[in-house]
Design a binder for this molecule. Structure first.
Ligand SMILES: *Cc1c(COP(=O)(O)O)cnc(C)c1O
Ligand code: SF4
Length: 347
């Protein structure tokens, strides 16, 4: 199996969907893009309907049902987009979305209403010029975050050109890239692509989207090693997903696997209410309990920050458990195992 699976018929032929489901899945495919790379397909156990890799990538009829709280633009990118391709919500950093295509399409994606092959996603040369002019005109922008879609699906030539143009803006010091490519299609994180990314004066940070330790295959390890070899600061982003990684041991094992590969656990995202993603939803209380469990059992290196993007565009906030709370004249501190300790508040 050496081709990317794009249609329900492809999934049936590969044994990843039952033949009887094809017609129903066509309605899902008409609405949300499908792509399963050979690397990902090889990780899925077709006999297990609850396989944590399969759940992330295989379409389900449940995607056609939109729950009342679900929103097309769950984190409010639109209200902070001054022009096409830019989301500027915080003064010192902004998102530059050069493409809306990805190597794989995750069923829980928070931008699922805009990602997909072709179409409205990419920026025309004139739109890219305008986006870069916006960055130039905003001296407070210290960091440019390439996102999408997956920016690393662009050719090394286009990436080199984009990086060079960003590096030409003197006030930008850091280039961050958000990508799933190292785990979704690791061979595409080639030496050519890595040198295109890293060949400028900018400090390069790569935020790798990984949700389960099984995604860290030897090929993914090699892709991460190529990025690390070029001096990139490697960070992880994990989405907390029901059935995929909503257990302390699964999260702990993932965080350890990341640290062992030189990737610093960065964010654990509370799932955003994107349309048709109810099957992945975990409550904040459940997420907080998981974070408490991680703290007690795993190294401090293995502790990502649990974050919630407040719907409507109000920003990301730490959403972890409250370790210290007011109690009478003092404070009550909860230890990682659930014990409570009263402390005087001597401020
Ligand atoms: C998530 C996000 C960022 C990056 O936030 P950090 O906390 O710096 O990782 C920047 N801009 C927007 C609009 C975002 O959604
Ligand atoms: S790779 Fe990222 S942007 Fe693309 S579908 Fe997955 S979560 Fe969405």
């Amino acid at each position: 199996m050496n081709t990317v699976l794009h249609t329900p018929a492809d999934l049936v032929a590969a044994g990843l969907a039952p033949a009887g489901a094809a017609a129903e899945l066509e309605s899902v495919a008409a609405r949300y893009a499908i792509a399963v790379t050979p690397t990902v397909a090889a990780l899925i156990n077709p006999a297990d309907p609850n396989d944590p890799i399969g759940l992330q990538y295989l379409p389900s009829r449940e995607e056609l049902e939109t729950a009342p709280d679900e929103q097309v633009d769950p984190i409010g990118d639109g209200v902070h987009s001054p022009l096409k391709g830019i989301v500027h919500r915080y003064p010192d950093r902004l998102l530059l979305t050069a493409t809306h295509a990805c190597a794989v399409y995750c069923r829980f994606c928070f931008r699922r209403e805009v990602v997909g092959p072709g179409g409205a996603g990419g920026l025309t040369p004139a739109e890219l010029d305008a986006a870069l002019a916006y960055i130039s005109d905003h001296p407070e922008v210290w960091e440019v975050i390439l996102t999408g879609g997956d920016p690393l699906v662009l050719s090394p030539r286009r990436i080199a050109d984009l990086v060079r143009r960003i590096a030409d803006i003197p006030h930008v010091k850091v280039l961050r890239v958000h990508t799933r490519l190292p785990v979704a299609e690791p061979e595409r994180v080639s030496e050519a692509l890595v040198s295109a990314l890293s060949g400028s004066r900018l400090r390069l940070a790569v935020g790798v989207h990984v949700n389960h330790s099984r995604e860290l295959t030897p090929a993914a390890d090699a892709a991460l090693a190529r990025l690390a070899g070029a001096g990139a600061l490697l960070l992880s982003q994990t989405v907390l997903l029901k059935g995929v990684n909503d257990r302390v041991e699964v999260l702990g094992e993932l965080m350890r696997a990341l640290v062992e590969r030189g990737v610093r656990p960065y964010y654990l995202h509370h799932p955003d209410p994107a349309p048709g993603t109810a099957r992945f939803r975990v409550s904040l209380a459940e997420g907080q309990a998981l974070v408490r469990g991680l703290r007690g059992r795993y190294s401090g290196l293995c502790q990502p920050t649990y974050v919630l993007d407040i719907p409507g565009g109000f920003g990301k906030i730490p959403a972890g458990p409250a370790w210290i709370e007011p109690a009478g004249a003092g404070l009550a501190a909860t230890d990682p195992w659930g014990g409570t300790h009263i402390l005087p508040d001597e401020a």
